[in-house]
Design a protein around this ligand. Sequence first.
Ligand code: C2E
Ligand code: MG
Ligand code: MG
Ligand code: MG
Length: 277
Amino acid sequence: NKLRGHLYYASDEDDSSRSSRHQKQQMKEQLLSALNENRLVLFYQPILNLNTNSISHCECLVRLLDDEGQFIAPANFIGIASEAGLMPKLDYCVIEKAMRQQCLWEDSGIATGLSINVTAPTLEQADFKQRIEDLIQLTGANPHRLIFEIVETDAISNLSVTRDLLNHFKTIGAKIAFDDFGVGFTSFEYVRDLPVDYIKIDQSFVRFIHEREQDRVLVKSMVEMSHSLGKSVIVEGVESRAALDIVKEMGVEYVQGYHVCRPMPISALDLSLHLRH
Ligand code: C2E
Ligand code: MG
Ligand code: MG
Ligand code: MG
């Protein structure tokens, strides 16, 4: 599959639940050893600011380097990590790596930001704020260059606790994005009550937007709503020039997708990317 690029995906076609349980167990063990042996690797996907035609920040996307030197995509292990209670460990590992990278960029005078995915089990940890403070101290990262991406449905369990946490992020200078917007349940309440800076419209509304009138109607209304509330819009899943032109016309500020750039290891990343006209 072209879109999956060089990433290895474990087969999801098991003929018995026993072998699938076995596979899950294996993946869990692989994940545990990867966490212990520092074999989680960050890929970086540039996000283009359409107003400046330059890369404003990159999303950090985790991959697991397996025994055979292949990168395993998160779809294969995030679910397993959640079930096994390993998400906080994974999230802190990613946050630390991202912060170290930001610090390297900061030292080189590179103003590109980094956005980091954080999940509910991590946000709900009693010492989460302290851990973030400690990691900032440890790594020397500049929190003003960090964006935390929260999946809207993830924030559900306790609105006031989430609000307090997000406000804390704001006080240290970091920004907040709502990830996968539009596919959850109580979007409007969250947009109203939580201090988010960016709305990231889910890729399922974007990938075929040039072919689907309904997607155009929905994205346009999400963009208008976000702008009316003073929030900037990032659209994910921009895979074609046609899709890009449509969202640009709608006033979307930021785009992310294979048409702009795929997620890359740090060594392959080009921060001087821009759109050719
Ligand atoms: P997400 O946060 O919504 O990240 C965007 C996903 O869309 C990434 O998949 C990215 O590679 C993919 N993508 C980017 N552009 C396109 C495009 O044009 N077309 C299509 N079809 N896909 C595109 P990836 O890296 O496989 O990650 C999947 C999900 O796994 C992420 O969705 C996020 O929810 C989770 N994830 C990834 N890395 C991390 C991490 O470090 N921590 C946590 N907690 N979750 C992560
Ligand atoms: Mg994300
Ligand atoms: Mg997303
Ligand atoms: Mg997603």
